[in-house]
Structures are given as C-alpha cells and as structure tokens.
Design a protein around this ligand. Structure first.
Ligand SMILES: [Fe+2]
Length: 349
C-alpha cells in the first residue's frame, strides 16, 4: 500500500515537469503521459504542437534569411530540400575531399539494423591540419544556409559520416523506412565526398512534405491517437509513413537523390525522408551536419553552443562512456580508435 502511495506521489509530482516539457522539444509519446494522452491529443495537443512549431520556425527563419539566397529560400519553401550540385569550386572541393578522405581520427560506430554508421567528430584539434575543411565549416555559405534551414543560430553538430550498407545479416536499417524525424522542423545536411549512385543508397525525400497542410495536420492528429499500435520509432516521436499514404496527403512519391560528389543536400527532416537500401559492400561518405532548434520560440537564441567550440559531440560521447561504465547509460556509439572514413569496418565479432 505504502509503495502504491509513494508511486502515486512521484507520478503526480512529475506532472508539472512533464507539462513544462511540452513547451520544449520533448517528442516521445512513450515518455511523457501528457504527450501520450488520448484525451489531450483528441483535443489537438500533438497536432497543435506541430502547427505551432511551424510558426516558430517560420518566424526564426525570417531573422536568418540573410544566410540563404532568395532563390534557395523559394526552393526550400516549396520543397523542404535543397540539392546544390557543384557546390564548391572544383579545386576547393578536391582539397576538401583529399583532407577528409585522408583523415585518420577517433571514430565511433553504431550498428542499426543491417547498416553500420561511422562518425568522426570534427573538433578544432582534428581540423587543425585541415585548412580547407576549416574554411568550409567557417564559411558564410555553409553556416548561413544551414542556420536558415535549421531555423537556429546554434552551430550544427558536424561529422565525417560513413554509412556502410548491409554490413551484416539483420533486419533492414530502420532509416530506410520513410519517416519524419520529429514533430518540428530539424535540419540535416550532407556534402558528399564521393559520387552517390543507386548502389550507395541515396537519400530520398518527399518534396513539400515539410509543410503543415490541413491533410498533414489531420494525419498527425490521427497518428497521435493511434501511437500505441505503431512501430517503436513512431512511438518515440519519429513517425513512419507508408508510401500508400502519400497521395492522400497531397504528396508525390519520394525522390531518390543520386548525385555526384560535391553536391550539398540540405533538408528539413520534419519532412518525409529515408535512406535507400544500399548494396552490400558500398559506403556513402559525407561531411554531415545536423541541428535541432527550440521549436516554439519566435526568435533565434544567440549562439551559446558555440562556446563549446565544436566539441559538443566529443563531450557528449565522453559523458555517455563515463555513465555507461557505471551502468547508468547505454552506449550506442562505440569507440573504434583511429580510422579513416573509408576504412572497411571490422566483421561483427
Ligand atoms: Fe531521419
């Protein structure tokens, strides 16, 4: 009985915090009973957060509009994705490619489904001998465009990313299922260092799926009421969508962006997207960035994260390692020592 009352006090005590979390980026229907509440979602809690986040992002992008050309802003508003071929002048790209593909640096790996993901973080101590990389990351063209799409002034987390397709016998990589990353606009960007053909599993995106149309709002509401029957990723707030649902949402089919090296792809990953299934033995390598914003704020916050000087990922991994050793956290990204982006992964042991 005492335990029952204690549990009840703890549950009620957490409610104010859980209510406050709704004003931020909390997204998992499973984690917050308010977010998962059928009653509240019937009254439009989830769909309302989606709509409000769209307004917040639009307002913040107004402040950040100087980072993107008028043409890019118009294309992005229509499609939710920018695909910029020949992004760097050829001689600059050749230098960047040589620096990053030759870089041997601390690498982390995470196996998801049958795919192996490798990330090499790019803090200042790693980029010090890489002048072209530093120049690109500091350039107005890179920072301005990514900040505009992210609707945030916070510097994106930036990595050298390698995706090894069908690395092991396992269920498919969950990233090949079409999905929205979360309920609010988020940014992911890839500057491809090698050609991405069909074999390398190109990024797919449903043009225009970043917009909160009435049909999308109705879909979001329906999904928020049926989350208990959904897959695990949808329950965590990253909603999966079936190809057969797209026409009903007024959307076309996903476009596979098989593109040459030196193409910059920047997308709002609230829009529906996926990796394509790559062929075994292939790898897709990119300078990769991702950013999330404060969903509902109408003005972008000053860039406080830049105080960490690009060491956010390294610090986060160090903290997770420390907690994991003590049994207090699960470590997804395993330390693999010094590797190049294209080094073949070790066999599963
Ligand atoms: Fe995603």
């Amino acid at each position: 009985m005492a335990r029952h009352w204690l549990g009840e006090i703890l549950r009620v005590g957490r409610l104010p915090l859980q209510a406050m979390a709704l004003a931020g980026a909390t997204r998992a229907f499973t984690d917050n009973p308010l977010l998962g509440s059928e009653r509240l979602n019937r009254h439009g809690l989830h769909a309302g957060r989606v709509a409000l986040a769209q307004r917040g992002a639009a307002a913040r992008r107004w402040f950040l509009a100087g980072g993107a050309s008028a043409e890019d802003r118009a294309t992005f508003a229509r499609d939710g994705i920018l695909v910029k071929r020949d992004w760097l002048p050829p001689e600059r790209f050749a230098r960047l490619q040589a620096e990053l593909l030759g870089l041997r640096a601390p690498a982390r790996e995470h196996v998801q489904g049958d795919a192996l993901n490798r990330l090499i973080a790019l803090p200042p101590e790693v980029t010090r001998p890489l002048p072209e990389t530093r120049a690109v990351l500091a350039s107005r063209e890179w920072r301005g465009l990514l900040a505009y799409v992210a609707a945030s002034r916070q510097p994106p987390l930036t990595f050298l990313q390698s995706i090894f397709a069908q690395h092991r016998q396992a269920p498919p990589d969950p990233q090949v299922a079409l999905h929205s990353d979360t309920f609010f606009p988020t940014m992911k960007a890839w500057l491809y260092l090698d050609d991405v053909g069909e074999a390398q599993g190109p990024f797919q995106y449903v043009a225009g799926s970043h917009r909160a149309t009435p049909a999308r709002q109705a879909w979001e509401k329906a999904r928020s009421l049926a989350w208990r029957e959904a897959d695990a990723m949808s329950q965590r707030g990253s909603l999966r969508v079936g190809l057969e649902e797209l026409a009903g949402l007024g959307l076309g089919q996903p476009v596979r962006h098989a593109v040459p090296a030196n193409t910059l792809v920047v997308a709002d990953t609230h829009g529906f997207h996926a990796r394509s299934q790559g062929q075994p033995g292939t790898v897709r390598i990119a300078l990769w960035a991702q950013a999330e914003s404060t969903p509902f704020l109408p003005v972008p916050l000053p860039s406080v994260r830049s105080l960490l000087g690009g060491r956010e990922a390294v610090l986060a991994w160090a903290v997770t390692d420390w907690l994991a050793v003590r049994g207090l956290a699960h470590r997804h990204w395993l330390d693999r020592g010094l590797l190049r982006a294209g080094d073949p992964p070790l066999a599963e042991g």
